[in-house]
Design a protein around this ligand. Structure first.
Ligand code: HEC
Ligand code: HEC
Length: 248
């Protein structure tokens, strides 16, 4: 039916133009987020989220590989005081809710990849308790959680130990993690933290992605399923680092 077809066409056009507007808004958010990251966050977390590159504390976590919902939820929790931390509570209170969204858009869109993993039987026994939610590689198993889940891959071991001990002591209160951490001994905490800290995580660089053949001895790419379709560069003015296709 021509009328039906016209209606269909009209609604398709509407969807297309809506998508277009949205992606412009996302790109703006990305630019603004990058600016905030440069001004405020980069000193400790690095502009690309790899804290070791510019961090001033062994306890600054890597933000690369964290999802936007997770970043937003943590920043909002620091901002409203639900999460207390000497530096982050203060910093998050300098941000508007809009800033939180844009800076989370920035960090969530940094393209990265995981290096090859050791075999599962090399993992310390305690890691079996964690993989249902955190995977063997520290990447969130989203089907197991209704709430935003963190990436643990390559986080500084001291940071992971500090977090697990804080849950265990009840200083960070989280229904699941406080209960799990309460069952862990110091050595189990060390083993689990050292395992997840040892997962290789690297920024995806333009060279590696455009020409795999020149990418030298770096760890072989083994992106988790959720990454495979997102590691595509977006054409835009933000040049470095390489970005994923914009996440929602
Ligand atoms: C002075 C150093 C410093 C600066 C600057 C800083 N952070 Fe942090 N950030 C930290 C430390 C240390 C932690 C660990 C806090 C904790 O254990 O609760 C942290 C934790 C976080 C977390 C929680 C990560 C997780 O896995 O739970 C997020 C998200 C975060 N920072 C985002 C940001 C953003 C975005 C900015 C810039 C607007 C920023 N930080 C600026 C030091 C800093
Ligand atoms: C049932 C699911 C589940 C299991 C099992 C689980 N976790 Fe978690 N874990 C979570 C969730 C959800 C969070 C986010 C908590 C929050 O927002 O405070 C989390 C957070 C963490 C964090 C904090 C990360 C950060 O950057 O703040 C660490 C460290 C951690 N888990 C380690 C472990 C270890 C080690 C094990 C195994 C001994 C484990 N978890 C088992 C669900 C789980």
């Amino acid at each position: 039916m021509p009328t039906n077809r016209r209606a269909l066409l009209a609604s398709l056009l509407l969807i297309l133009s809506a998508t277009h507007t949205k992606s412009n808004a996302d790109e703006l958010s990305l630019e603004q987020g990058k600016l905030k990251a440069e001004q405020i966050c980069a000193n400790c977390h690095g502009l690309e989220g790899m804290s070791a590159s510019g961090g001033n504390s062994a306890l600054s976590p890597i933000l690369t590989a964290q999802s936007k919902p997770y970043l937003v939820s943590k920043l909002e929790a620091y901002r409203d005081g639900t999460l207390q931390h000497m530096q982050m509570t203060f910093i998050a209170q300098m941000l508007s809710l809009e800033d939180i969204k844009s800076v989370a858009t920035w960090y969530a869109n940094i393209a990265y990849r995981l290096g090859s993993l050791k075999a599962e039987d090399e993992a310390p026994a305690i890691v079996q308790t964690c993989i249902g939610c955190h995977g063997l590689d520290g990447q969130p198993v989203l089907s197991h959680s209704a709430e935003p889940m963190p990436s643990l891959s390559a986080q500084p071991a001291d940071y992971l130990k500090f977090k697990l001990k804080a849950y265990r002591a009840g200083r960070f209160d989280h229904a699941t993690m406080t209960a799990i951490a309460a069952t862990l001994s110091d050595s189990q905490i060390d083993h689990a933290a050292d395992w997840y800290a040892s997962i290789p995580l690297a920024l995806e660089t333009a060279d590696q992605s455009t020409d795999q053949s020149v990418s030298s001895p770096s760890p072989s790419p083994s992106p988790s399923p959720s990454q495979t379709d997102t590691n595509i560069a977006v054409e835009q003015s933000v040049t470095l680092p390489r970005l994923k296709r914009l996440q929602q």
